[in-house]
Design a protein around this ligand. Structure first.
Ligand code: AHG
Ligand code: MN
Ligand code: MN
Length: 345
């Protein structure tokens, strides 16, 4: 029997399917480190636990109309002064429980908790902190629309007191990793450790996030602008002039879902610009720097885009507090440049 040379053997569809299925999140993270060091293995394990929290949240969201205490509000107001949804609380607890007894992160900073939670059993093994918006866009839940989770990994600053968590107040450019989980028609996880942006789709039959796109690049320009025009009268003249500009100019289309992660994911993949500007009443805007704007800005820059407050790069801001808010303009370089041009008058 003549064995055909490997070069002429095209992989069968089965072989392609197996190759795809084994390229899971944990293996991809290991490969990103290019060596199986202890740090690489810790990061791989950390991403597996983040993925576990995401799977638990996706499962509950998928059944939210069928199980008790999944829809509606908890009746309490979170540190942001916002009404907490039941799923906000569940998602927060899912991340905490997924990271306990793992030795992988010492502190957890969350939009849903005034002060970070320490996981003492982990702190002797890891000093890392995980910062999360456990459920982003939670006003969409009762309407069965897309929501997400956002995460950021920081190494505390050396020679800096841990009291009051000052050692976590550092510019977003210092992030070790950033990403989000998008609970949409499919559940996707997108991340970067500073070597490009990669996306994974949850295969429920495997219970694994499987690589679906690596080294994502945001187009230099896109047609989508995304912001809540209900606040038009409260914006600065510069933002108002940008909105009038896109209204006049052909080729722009408006998309705004009420979930930052969903709106950002569209911009990351297809190009365009998302804005959550400040207003006269709230010049800092609504979005939180450390677990919304900074992780997404990290991804945006890794994918060739940019993120700014309108006056400075999001990743260069030195935070003054863990829950600090910032205005956000993020997306394709050319679209963001148009906004900045309008802001300059
Ligand atoms: P969160 O649900 O974590 O508080 O985030 C909601 C944010 C963001 O996801 C979304 O883009 C924005 O709030 C929507 O705010 P408006 O309803 O003011 O447009
Ligand atoms: Mn949010
Ligand atoms: Mn949230």
């Amino acid at each position: 029997m003549v064995l055909s040379s490997p070069s002429t053997v095209l992989p069968s569809s089965t072989e392609r399917e197996i190759s795809r299925d084994v390229l899971t999140l944990s293996r991809h993270v290991l490969q990103q480190f290019e060596s199986f060091t202890a740090e690489a293995q810790d990061f791989s394990a950390l991403f597996s636990r983040i993925a576990l929290a995401g799977k638990m949240i996706a499962r509950r969201l998928g059944r939210s109309g069928l199980v008790e205490d999944a829809l509606g509000v908890t009746g309490s107001v979170n540190v942001q002064g916002e009404e907490q949804q039941q799923m906000d609380d569940y998602a927060n607890r899912a991340f905490i429980r997924a990271l306990e007894q793992t030795g992988l992160v010492c502190r957890l900073v969350s939009e849903e908790m005034k002060t970070p939670i320490r996981l003492p059993e982990n702190c002797s093994l890891s000093r890392l902190a995980l910062l999360i918006d456990p459920l982003d866009g939670s006003s969409n839940i009762d309407a069965n629309l897309t929501v997400g989770s956002i995460f950021s990994v920081l190494r505390p600053r050396e020679n800096c007191p841990e009291t009051n968590n000052e050692d976590l107040l550092q510019p977003g450019r210092q992030q070790l990793a950033a990403g989000y989980i998008l609970y949409g028609p499919s559940t996707q996880l997108v991340y970067s450790i500073g070597k490009g942006v990669h996306s994974f789709t949850l295969d429920p039959s495997l219970g694994e996030f499987v690589l679906c796109q690596s080294c994502i690049r945001t187009p230099e320009r896109g047609s989508v602008y995304s912001l809540n025009e209900g606040y038009f009268c409260q914006w600065s003249e510069g933002i108002q002039s940008f909105v009038r500009y896109v209204h006049r100019r052909d080729g722009y289309t408006s998309r705004y879902s009420g979930a930052l992660v969903a709106d950002f994911h569209r911009i990351l993949m297809q190009g365009g610009v998302y804005l959550y500007p400040g207003t006269q009443k709230k010049p800092e805007g609504k979005l939180r720097l450390m677990y919304e704007a900074a992780p997404l800005a990290f991804l945006a820059e890794q994918a060739g885009g940019m993120a700014t407050t309108g006056t400075e790069s999001i990743l260069d801001i030195f935070p003054q507090s863990l829950h600090q808010r910032v205005p956000l303009i993020i997306g394709s370089r050319e679209n963001v440049a148009e906004v900045l041009h309008c802001l300059k008058g």
